[in-house]
Write a protein that binds this ligand. Structure first.
Ligand code: ACM
Length: 528
């Protein structure tokens, strides 16, 4: 009893002192509703109260507060709880002199996001520990808030991926799409086919002679559970039937050929062993990733499909199945692999080329990426497909972000921070989708292809702070979005990036700080 009185008295005095200091409320993404109180509290240390079901959220909160230099055990009370009346992922955060800090979530994700907002407030308080009393009610605009990393072209490894996941979580992004196989290398261990990594894992886009680099199954499990603790789902992509060069290097009997620029680019749809091989691969993959989705790519098969016109196995398939042209073989291939995905209890995700070959609707999610083909998006939603928006303009982060930057792609322009921020409203206003069609849009995602991303600094430079703009675009309703306010709130993120040693792009600084970049110039038009 005495102890409680003493605590209340201390809290009251702390409020009095703190009322003279005004700290910023700099949360990214901008919350749905925010009301400031008229006092503040000083926090030097915390005690956390939560039910057992939120023990994961408690561990991560303690870890983050300790990393910011706060003591845990006594001091301001943080109460975490579930409130089933709130929707999934939403939260309610109150900071008051009377009750300390209270975070209620519709589920554990909601509570987690409440703690991320709190940590951002702590970060904004510049370690003074002074927090304004306030009330925040928050919920996401979209359920799919994604970022894709291509590790086939260049490999970054466990620690860099974990740092990325930490920052995704900090900004309430929740889907990590992992592009693990492609032309230069295959990056995921498959026990049944060891050559995929020992042979297929060698080299990178900029150096074909590098020794094998890939994720072991143990490392994948570690990353997946690291992500899950941060409420991020990891979606693996095993690209097929195109972008299969690395797999074909390991097992040449699977190849369907390609072109001189893209040799052995395709799996062979005419060979029965290809289906057995890929289904066995997917079986191992689906056991490693608890997410309900398997991404099978399906993009740019046109780069290699000509070779099928003279391949005897494909020609036999056409005859056997009564198919007219090689495009029909592509459809045949994808439908069979869609069956494998279904048999494994997963949903199929594919790039928007799947729309050209009419895949099954109720088990398929489309990623619309060809920004110059709006009709593909229209086709996707009007045919009833759940659809994720990740158009090259403005959501491909391998595009440059400032006029004059050299090391990235352009396409009638580039992808500055503001364009990322204004997405998808910039397009939604033009498309005039029906309400039903808009409901089919699961969310948005940025993609970092890494032909031009040869090292960690480059990854940072192309990702941050565009990742913050993506997060606000995916989470915050249009009513609360404001680019100028966002740029102001970004100042705290820059400070955080500095602390973490992240080599970010700063729109106001001509030459960013950090090591001199000496990268080989690469053609601008590859993959377009
Ligand atoms: C893609 O950029 N080929 C999906």
């Amino acid at each position: 009893m005495m102890k409680n009185r003493w605590r209340q008295l201390c809290l009251f005095m702390v409020c009095l002192i703190a009322v003279f200091h005004v700290s910023a409320i700099n949360i990214i993404p901008m919350p749905a509703y925010m009301e400031k109180g008229d006092s503040t509290i000083i926090c030097n240390s915390f005690r956390i109260k939560a039910p057992k079901s939120l023990s994961g959220e408690v561990v991560l909160l303690k870890e983050a507060l300790s990393a910011q230099g706060y003591a845990i055990g006594d001091g301001i009370k943080i109460t975490l709880s579930l409130d089933k009346k709130l929707p999934s992922e939403s939260y309610d955060l109150r900071i008051s002199c009377e009750k300390g800090i209270e975070i209620k979530g519709g589920d554990a994700s909601g509570v987690f996001y409440g703690t991320r907002s709190l940590l951002q407030l702590m970060n904004a308080s510049s370690k003074s520990g002074i927090l304004e009393c306030l009330h925040i009610q928050d919920k996401p605009r979209y359920g799919w808030r994604g970022y894709m990393l291509d590790e086939s072209r260049h490999f970054f490894g466990v620690e860099k991926v974990k740092q990325l996941l930490d920052l995704m979580a900090y900004y309430k992004l929740n889907k990590f799409h992992w592009h693990l196989t492609d032309e230069p290398a295959w990056r995921i261990e498959i026990k049944r086919y060891p050559l995929l990594t020992t042979v297929g894992g060698t080299g990178s886009w900029s150096d074909p002679d590098l020794p094998a680099a890939y994720y072991t199954q143990e490392q994948i499990r570690d990353i997946v559970s690291y992500a899950a603790a941060r409420h991020i789902e990891v979606i693996p992509e095993i690209d097929m039937p195109g972008h299969a060069t690395a797999a074909n290097r390991a097992y040449p009997e699977l190849t369907g050929g390609g072109t001189p620029e893209h040799p052995d680019f395709t799996f062979n749809p005419g060979k029965e062993e290809v289906y057995a091989f890929l289904t066995n691969v997917l079986r191992e993959v689906s056991e490693l990733f608890p997410a309900p989705y398997l991404h099978l790519g399906g993009d740019e098969v046109a780069f290699g499909i000509k070779a099928w016109e003279t391949d005897s196995s494909v020609q036999d398939l056409l005859k056997r199945e009564g198919l007219k042209q090689v495009k029909d073989a592509e459809r045949y291939f994808m439908l069979r692999m869609a069956d494998s995905v279904k048999m494994l209890g997963k949903k199929l995700i594919g790039w928007d080329e799947l729309l050209d070959i009419s895949v099954v609707q109720n088990n398929t999610v489309i990623m619309w990426w060809r920004h110059d083909r709006t009709e593909q998006l229209k086709k996707s939603v009007s045919s009833g497909f759940s659809t994720i928006l990740c158009p090259r303009r403005p959501l491909y982060f391998d595009f440059i972000q400032r006029q004059g930057d050299k090391w990235g792609r352009v396409w009638n322009g580039f992808n500055p921070l503001k364009d990322v921020y204004n997405y998808p409203d910039s397009d939604l206003d033009r498309w005039k989708l029906s309400e039903e069609e808009e409901r089919l849009i699961l969310g948005i995602q940025a993609n970092l292809w890494t032909e031009r991303v040869q090292n960690e600094n480059r990854l940072d430079y192309m990702t941050y702070p565009r990742l913050c703009a993506l997060a606000e675009a995916a989470w915050s309703s249009r009513e609360v979005k404001d680019f100028d306010s966002f740029c102001q709130r970004l100042q705290d993120s820059y400070r955080l990036f500095d602390q973490l040693g992240i080599y970010y792009f700063h729109p106001d600084i001509k030459e960013p700080q950090g090591p001199v970049r000496k990268e080989k110039e690469v053609p601008m038009d590859f993959r377009d």
